[in-house]
Each structure stands twice: as C-alpha cells, then as structure tokens.
Design a protein around this ligand. Sequence first.
Ligand code: ADP
Ligand code: MG
Length: 345
Amino acid sequence: MENKRTEISDLGEFGLIDRISQNFTSVNNETELGIGDDAAVLNSLGSRIIVTSDMLLEGVHFDLSFTPLQHLGYKAVAVNVSDVAAMNAIPKQITVNLGLSNRFSVEAVDEFYKGVKAACDNYKVDLIGGDTTSSMSGLVISVTAIGMVGQDKITKRSGAKEKDVICVTGDLGAAFIGLQILEREKQVFMANPDMQPQLDKYDYIVQRQLKPEARMGVVHELAELDIVPSSMIDISDGLASELLHLSRQSGMGMKIYEDKLPIDKQTYDTAVELGIDPTTAALNGGEDYELLFTVSMDDMEKLKKHADIHFIGYVQSSDKGNIMATKGGNEVEVTAQGWSHFKKP
Ligand code: ADP
Ligand code: MG
C-alpha cells in the first residue's frame, strides 16, 4: 500500500468519485439523496437550516511537509462542524470540493478521505457530494457543512446582554504553540535531514494543531441542561478577536480576567520555552476551535459543575469597553492583537 502509486488519470474523475463514495453511507434521516446525482436532496423536517463553508489552501492554511493528509481531511471537516456548533446547531451533511495537482495520487486522495470519513463518523454527518478538479496551485480544499436547529435555539453573535457570564470551553493557545513547534522542527529537519523531529514532549499541542476537534459535545450538553446561550462564536482566530466580534455584534462591552483564561500546562511550558507570553498565545493564537459563549447568571449556575467550561468574565455596557484585568492588577484594553505591549513578532 505504502509504495503503490496510482495516477488519478488511471481511474478517471468518475472512477475516483465512485471510489470515494463507496466508503460513505448516510446516517441522517434528513439526507434524502446523497452522492451520485446532479445534486443532493435534503429534508429539513421543520428545522432551520444552517450553511457554512471554509476553504483550506496549501501554503496558506497548511504545510504538507508536516501535515498528514489524513489529519488534513479530518481538520477540513472539523473546522466546518465547529462553525455549525457555534450556531448551536447539529451538523447533518457536508460537501467536499477538491482541487488536485498532479502531485497527488489516488492513494493520497484515499488518505485524505480516511480523515474525512473518521470525522463524518465522529460527528455523525453525511458526505453528500462535492466536486473534483485539477489544480495548478497545490491542494485546494473547500468544505461546506449543513446543520439543523430549532428556530428557538439558534445562537448568533449578537445576543449578549449586560451581566451575562462569558464562558469558554477547553483550553486556549495550544494549536498556535503546537504550530510553532512544528515549524521549528521543520527548520531543524531542513538544515539536517538526519535529525528526527522530537515531538513526544509536545504531543498534546501538536495534536491540537494537526487534528482539532469541534465542540459538538458541549452543544449536546447545553441542550440537555436546557440552556440556550445568549451569544456564541467558535474560536478560530483567537479569543481576543472573537470576543470583539461578540462585543460589536451585541453592542456590549466585555470584561475578562487574565487569571481565568484556561491554558493547558504543556501549552504554558512550551510557550515559556519559546519566549512567547502564554496569555498572548491564549488571546491571539487561533485555531483552537473551542466555543466562546455568553449565558445568563441563572444558566451559569447550571454549568458550574461542568469541568470543561470556564467562566472568564462578564458582559458590561458598551461604554465600559472591552477590558482585561491582568494578573498584576492592571486593566488593559482587549484588541485583536491582544494588547499593545504584547504585539505578535
Ligand atoms: P456534475 O458533473 O453534475 O458536477 P460530478 O461528476 O462532478 O457531477 O459529480 C457526480 C457526483 O459525485 C455528485 O453527486 C457530486 O456531488 C459527487 N462528487 C464529486 N466530487 C466529489 C468529491 N470530491 N467528494 C464527494 N463527492 C463528490
Ligand atoms: Mg462536478
């Protein structure tokens, strides 16, 4: 398997699509017709329909020298599922569009779809179609996800109210610090190909970069607790940037506390090793795909026992601005770059 290389031209476009679709069967009632016709057919069963797309371009969003294709397939689905989760919706279907340069063999496409399949199984979504073309500029991936949600549960960026509690899932900054390690090891390897990358010590943060997870579990748990957040967004560009989106679209200010930001120990230690302030990584790192949301004080009580949801601050009136109380007892303005004296290099 490993040494075999089949040219895509040997199978042809239709052969390749058949090969891809063989491995996927639909599990959702809302999928009436999947791959194989001119278009798929969905049935929304009375729900609202959520649609979101993300593109991933080689050289812009990923580096194939340290990104296994299987992980890339998984990530391409996960980042879209994360956007559906951020609307408090359940993902049901995806389409996958690929631009392939002749560098890619059938076996490479197989690897990519292994990751897509793992994500489809994990998030219970159906692959219902896509498009396949040749590309002159490396690998191009575009995924569209479709989700469904009751009208009264849709969670936008715009609903945060004064005194609501700001919540964040999981931990922050890990994917960014993981990327710094991968890039460092790549430089070492290019300078001396006999040096094998030393990644054991960094397993968690590297995994967070290469194989992020969408927080669907939290969406289901919120539903079980009968909580509809007042606003929500997923953290793809960094906490600070997403907080400012909630602020602007809700017309409110945000107050957060540096000592409440959830940072994993491996992230913290590695950031220090690299000379990066861990708080900066948490605020500006990006690609964590955690959920940032606001809930009323009553709903906060119901979330107190949840080990993986952290209360980092509260919503305030817009004239008070977006402020972080630092560990040192100062107040600094939250900007998309964190704050002025911690600008990214
Ligand atoms: P058309 O010529 O009508 O665009 P295609 O031959 O491109 O049709 O596609 C045939 C079927 O295969 C369609 O259902 C399409 O959605 C699906 N398909 C094409 N490419 C992919 C892909 N990369 N992944 C999943 N499904 C695909
Ligand atoms: Mg087509």
